[in-house]
Design a binder for this molecule. Structure first.
Ligand code: UT7
Length: 330
């Protein structure tokens, strides 16, 4: 199987921070409830006038500098998001413009929180077909645009962020990490458990003058999503380890999707990973969907927790429902 390399990594969090204490002034919640149910203390939200692709651009500039690659050298742009500023033009096209490049293959990929890992599968295909390709993968989410600030069950969970990776064939650039394997899964029959941006009613679309309904904003059956998340993240992680003749003892760090502390603990426990090997950063970011895993990996690297030589297992789940696990060697 084609192995692809990460040449560079970068991330971006907007400046404004919303703490649990501030949220509890807006809706009927408390720091105690949010902390005990999710592990989240604060989340970053877009500044006024800032967009998804402004964040994506900032992360991309950092990843390109980290890789020592110029925007001109990028052959393909993938943008993992479900909260782009438009349906069209795509976030990937907007990003190309912000980077001052044109004529590239550029496409958005929506697999909700699994978007970054699903995009890595696409990147692997592109790099297999064109071994000298240099792929810029941005994963960014502007949840602010899709969060019902009056719905306490969801508004406490999400944060805005972007992360970016520069990818290519192993040996064709400065190699930060190699992706050894990846597996993905979907189940559309469970889509209604987590949705947003739908029509006004089934088969009836919005027209000028309508008031937005709650289905326009993130709506979720939290308990059901929780169960599927734990089950699928653990199962797909076990599959990818088994396929590579590895056991969990061969893994130096688990970076799960940063959705909820209890979900991460339950996945770690099902996999038999000691707590100290599970990387957690959602305390200060909340759930940043597609950006979550590359944001966490970038932070782990900057903190010095993630060092060269380490084998990292990542796993994710999200709306769709979608799930995935990937193995990296740093
Ligand atoms: O990336 C994928 C995105 N999805 C997820 O990660 C979500 C997965 N699910 C979860 O993380 C959890 O289900 C939640 C954190 C969303 C909720 O935790 P829970 O333990 O499943 O709570 P619940 O939804 O069963 O609600 C328990 C109670 C309810 O009150 P009653 O009916 O027992 O009186 C809720 O109304 O907690 C209430 N509640 C709140 N109370 C204070 C719900 N949200 C809040 C809130 N503050 N923010």
């Amino acid at each position: 199987m084609q192995k692809i390399a990460i040449f560079g990594l970068g991330s971006y969090l907007p400046d404004p921070v919303m703490t649990n204490a501030e949220l509890s002034k807006l809706v009927d919640t408390s720091d105690e409830w949010i902390t005990s149910r999710t592990g989240i203390k604060e989340r970053h939200l877009l500044a006024k006038g800032q967009t998804n692709t402004d964040m994506g651009h900032a992360a991309a500039v950092r990843a390109l500098a980290d890789a020592g690659v110029t925007a001109d050298e990028i052959t393909h742009v993938l943008y993992a998001t479900c909260t782009g500023e438009y349906i069209t033009p795509s976030a990937s096209c907007l990003l190309c413009d912000k980077l001052g490049i044109s004529g590239r293959f550029a496409v958005d990929i929506n697999a909700a929180c699994s978007g970054c890992l699903f995009s890595l599968v696409v990147a692997r295909g592109l790099i297999s077909a064109q071994p000298d390709a240099k792929v810029l993968l941005v994963a960014a989410e502007a949840h602010s645009a899709r969060t019902n600030r009056l719905a306490r069950a969801t508004c406490v969970l999400c944060g805005d962020a972007a992360a970016a990776l520069v990818l290519g064939s192993e040996g064709m650039g400065k190699t930060l990490a190699v992706m050894d394997d990846i597996e993905t899964g979907t189940d559309g029959s469970l889509g209604p458990l987590l949705h947003f941006g739908g029509p006004r009613e089934c088969g009836e679309y919005y027209k000028i003058g309508d008031t937005l309904g709650v289905d326009y904003f993130i709506s979720m059956n939290g308990r059901e999503v929780y169960k599927h998340a734990v089950r699928n993240m653990a199962a797909v992680s076990k599959d990818v380890l088994a396929r590579n003749n590895l056991t969990i003892d061969d893994v130096d760090m688990l970076v799960p999707h940063q959705a909820n502390m209890r979900i991460m603990e339950a996945v770690g426990s099902r996999l038999g990973v000691p707590e100290e090997k599970v990387f957690v950063n959602l305390t200060n970011t909340g759930n940043t969907s597609a950006a979550s895993i590359p944001l966490a990996i970038d932070e782990a690297r900057r903190q010095g927790a993630l060092r060269p030589g380490m084998r990292v297992l990542t796993c994710t789940f999200g709306g769709g429902l979608t799930w995935s696990a990937a193995l990296f060697r740093f």
